[in-house]
Write a protein of this length. Structure first.
Length: 212
């Protein structure tokens, strides 16, 4: 079984990252590719409708600090005063099982992952305009004006790091952005060496004396 690939997906808040990655998993399954979205650890409280172990692993500050001390994180960062981290052993287990793993993290985490895992593929999602980004943030109807203003400032800082990624996707039309993301995930699996490893038997048959 071939090892899965590690993908980093980053975007400003409101960029559509969560919607795209959740739609991407079943789209890839149609191509026979098993992909999993990494479930991060966080110190923030659950929001309505969020379940432990499904959306996040919710953990207190002491527990998070303990995991840092033990080297249990592939990456970790502080965002809006809350800590987020990617479990190292969980990520390795999925990759070893042949899953492509999607890390939904910010630029701080992306830098850490790239240092430890240089072959990880980075994808940055951009909104089509500042006005559309603000509209998406307001459409959630769950944040105050102060929070929205803060998120817009954070978005500017996040977008400033777009050049550190391997691919850029403009999320203007959702279906097009989804197709572009799927193409990025499929490309490594179609590279010659990986295809030869996966289909060595077929190639051997095609090249056998008398074949054809």
């Amino acid at each position: 079984m071939s090892q899965g690939s590690l993908f980093i997906v980053s975007a400003p808040s409101g960029g559509g990252k969560t919607s795209l990655t959740r739609a991407l998993v079943p789209r890839l399954a149609q191509h026979g590719v098993t992909a999993s979205i990494s479930v991060s650890f966080t110190t923030r409280a659950p929001r309505p409708g969020e379940d432990h172990g499904v959306h996040y692993h919710f953990i207190d500050e002491a527990g998070f600090a303990g995991k840092i001390a033990r080297g249990d994180f592939l990456e970790h960062a502080e965002v809006f005063g809350r800590r987020y981290g990617t479990g190292l052993s969980e990520t390795r287990a999925l990759l070893d099982a042949g899953h492509d793993v999607i890390l939904d993290i910010d630029w701080q985490g992306a830098r850490q992952v790239k240092r430890e895992w240089p072959q990880a593929i980075g994808i940055f999602i951009l909104p089509p305009s500042v006005a559309e980004l603000e509209r998406r943030l307001r459409s959630r109807s769950q944040d105050s004006e102060k929070v929205i203003a803060e998120r817009m400032r954070e978005a500017h800082d996040e977008i400033a790091h777009h050049a550190e990624y391997d691919y850029l996707i403009i999320n203007e039309r959702f279906e097009q952005a989804l197709e572009e993301m799927a193409a990025i995930f499929l490309e490594p699996r179609l590279r010659s060496q990986r295809q030869l490893t996966a289909h060595a038997g077929l190639v051997g048959q095609l090249l056998a004396p008398g074949a054809g």
